[in-house]
Structures are given as C-alpha cells and as structure tokens.
Ligand binder design. Structure first.
Ligand SMILES: Nc1ncnc2c1ncn2[C@@H]1O[C@H](COP(=O)(O)OP(=O)(O)OP(=O)(O)O)[C@@H](O)[C@H]1O
Ligand SMILES: [Mg+2]
Length: 388
C-alpha cells in the first residue's frame, strides 16, 4: 500500500531523527486510521491495547469485525467522508465482546489528501469523564432555573412578611430587643438580595442574539478588571484578529467573562499573578449533541488561564453547581451563571485545572451573515462592574 507508506509512516519534516510513528506510539490516545473500505491501515500502541490485538493482527481487518456495525461511530465516519469535516462526539459507548464496554470521546477526521481515508481518535474514560462533567453543567443550570423560580415565590413573599413584622415590633421594643429586631430585618434583606441575584436564572425567555465582536467584550472586561479587582495582575492577550463575530448576547457574554476573570484574579497569586486570554478559530470541528444526532458548529474558542493554585479536587465534579464555593464571602453563583448563559448560547465550557495553570475554554457559535452587528452598540452594559 503506497498511500499507507507515504501518509501513515512519514518522517518528521526537517528532522529525520523523529519518526512520526514513534510519536503516535507514545500517545496515550488511541489512533486508528481506516481506508475508504473501513479496513484498518494504521493503529498506534494505545490502539493495540484498546482493541486488544497487535498491530499485525489488526491491520487489514474491517473495523466492523471489531465493533458492532450499529455503533454511532459508523454513521460519524460516513458523515465525515461525505462532508470532509472533522466531527467530535462526547460520551459514546463502544461495546463488543473483544473490547468490553468503554465510554469514550470520539474524534473522526478526514485525511484530506487521500479520499475516504479517515483517522479516528478515541479518548478513554478519565478524559471522557472530564468532558462528561461539563455536559452535565447544562443540567446544573436547569436545576438552578427551577430553584430560582421556586425561591422567588416561596421565600421572597414570606420574607417580606417577616421583615414587616420585625419593623412593627421594633416600634415598641426595648433598646435591648431592638438589636434583635434590627438583626431580623437585616438578615431578611440579605436573603432578599440573594433571591434577587437568583432571579436571572429564572428568566426563561428566549435569548435575543446578534453578531457580537468577542474581542470588544474581552477588552471591556479586561478594562474593568484592570481598574478594579484585578489591578495587581499582568494580562497577556493572544487574540486572533480574523475571528468572525459570535452569535450572542453582548451583555450576557460580558457577564460570563467578568465572572471567569474575577475568579482567575481571585485565584492568581498576589505577586506574579497572570491572566492569559486567548481566542482562536477551530477549523472544521463540530460537536454532536448526545442523543439527538444533531451537530453544532462551535468554531470560536476563548480561553482564560490563570497561574493560581488550581481548583480544589473535591469541588471539581460540581464546579458549575450553584452555591459551590471555597471563598468565605463567595456565593458560589458565578460559575452557575456562566454555565447557564453558555448553555443558552448553545455553547460548551470546559475546565482543566492544575497548580499554576487553570484554564476555562468556552466554545461558541459563529454569527451568520444575516445577524445584525453590534459593533457600534453603546459601551455601557447592565452586567458591567458587578460579577454575579
Ligand atoms: N480560576 C480558578 N482557580 C481556582 N479555583 C477556582 C477558579 N474558578 C473557580 N474556582 C473555584 O470554584 C468555586 C466556585 O466559583 P464561583 O465563581 O461559582 O463562586 P465564587 O467565586 O466562590 O463566588 P462568587 O462568584 O459568587 O463570588 C470557587 O469558590 C473556587 O473555589
Ligand atoms: Mg466567582
């Protein structure tokens, strides 16, 4: 197979000592390349382990000998050959007597130079778990929505009764007791304030979205940070100037990035603290919505990194849930709101964290040509100045 020799065993360009084959074999991710007839033509060492067979045994075999033909993997392959675009799908179960049951993230990419040849990348459980987590954030946001609606009815109304009663008592109270009635009033006000902050979650009206220049949003948020809570930090930006506009709601996106940058600023060390903001375009990558067969194109990537101590392991699994906080004065609503807004935009948010490097990645849809541009929209927004 000449094609196989040229494409699948190339030497590293410019450095003959580096063999691409050994790089493939060093990766923990399974890589399988199939030809136009679904015959395996290449498999790396991780793939040998995943498919429970040596490369010699696997090469030349039909993929469907190893995986059940009704697996969504095959429809993705067909689609990738048809459209010539890479597709990712999170949380696919691959099951067969040979490989057992595996939850994986799949990426299927065409080798554009050779028609029909497709590279499959499979990431197993531990990485898939991480992604799973971010997909469940939508669920978290939904439960916040229901709770916010409940709070408004069940908590706010009785609270105003309690507050009124405390005020009445205050009129005839002894100076000693007055301290207590004031306490009741102030605490009632504090709870009311919290419920008001939750109000934004119960807003179920469809989002009105326009073409938004994400760099203007990020510049605005950075300006707020530099002049307020994040004065002491260094900001590094790496923006792709050719990025097309996002299909989004400007004020809500300001709120999202304000919350994320505020968290980054709170996590970064006081001395030597850094926040890195990056934007890029992810060519041809689409996300399959699990269970629906629908594909969403989320090409716009915004990344926010800080060099703080990282997110504590014990809250990683519920990071986007409401009221999860490690801060004495935190409400734990910041990331819950981020998850809700990104979900409303049809976007995806991922998080990776380790000491000295915490990164939030937001993927958003692109505005089509018919969307109105908000470039000239007034710079003031409701969200500005206050992170939720
Ligand atoms: N960049 C980060 N680095 C380290 N930990 C983080 C980071 N972002 C979030 N966290 C952790 O996630 C928790 C939840 O964040 P979230 O923004 O939802 O609430 P909060 O910041 O605690 O409170 P609030 O946003 O209401 O002020 C934080 O308390 C913190 O422990
Ligand atoms: Mg926060």
């Amino acid at each position: 197979m000449a094609k196989q020799a040229t494409v699948l065993h190339p030497k590293g360009g410019g450095n003959d000592d580096i063999d691409i084959e050994s790089i493939f074999n060093a990766l923990a991710t399974t890589i399988v390349v199939i030809d136009a007839d679904d015959v395996i033509v290449h498999v790396n060492a991780a793939g040998e382990q995943f498919l429970q067979g040596s490369a010699n045994f696997l090469k030349g075999r039909q993929l469907k000998e190893l995986m059940p033909y009704d697996n969504p993997l095959f429809s993705l392959i067909t689609q990738v050959r048809r459209d010539g675009l890479a597709v990712s799908e999170y949380g696919v179960t691959l099951e067969s007597p040979r490989i057992g049951r595996n939850l994986v993230n799949l990426q299927v990419a065409p080798l554009l130079d050779i028609p029909g040849v497709v590279a499959l990348t499979l990431q197993q459980r531990s990485i898939a778990d991480k992604i799973d987590r971010q997909l469940t954030h939508r669920g978290a946001a939904r439960s916040v929505t229901a709770m916010a609606a409940m709070l408004a009815h069940e908590v706010k109304n009785p609270l105003s009764g309690i507050r009124g009663a405390a005020q009445l008592l205050e009129q005839n109270a002894t100076p000693d007791d007055r301290g207590l009635t004031t306490l009741i009033r102030e605490e009632a006000d504090r709870i009311c304030d919290l419920v008001d902050r939750m109000d934004v979650f119960s807003d179920l009206s469809p989002l009105k979205r326009d073409a938004v220049n994400i760099h203007q949003v990020l510049d605005r948020v950075m300006q707020l940070a530099k002049n307020g809570f994040g004065k002491h930090l260094r900001y590094i930006t790496n923006f792709d100037p050719s990025l097309p506009p996002v299909l989004g709601h400007r004020d809500q996106l300001v709120q999202v990035f304000l919350n994320l940058i505020k968290n980054a600023a709170e996590a970064a060390p006081h001395k030597g603290g850094e926040i890195t903001l990056e934007t890029s375009y992810q060519q041809g990558v689409r996300f399959a919505v699990p269970g629906t067969g629908a594909l969403i194109h989320l090409p716009l990537l915004v990344s926010i990194k800080d060099n703080g101590d990282g997110i504590p392991d014990d809250i990683m699994h519920c990071l986007f849930d409401p009221f999860v906080t490690t801060k004495p004065q935190g409400s734990g609503l910041g990331l819950a709101l981020v998850a809700k807004i990104i979900g409303d935009h049809g976007g995806v948010i991922e998080c990776d964290s380790m000491a000295k490097r915490t990164e939030f990645r937001i993927m958003l849809p692109m505005a089509d040509k018919s969307a109105t541009t908000e470039a000239d929209k007034s710079a003031t927004t409701e969200a500005e100045g206050k992170a939720q």
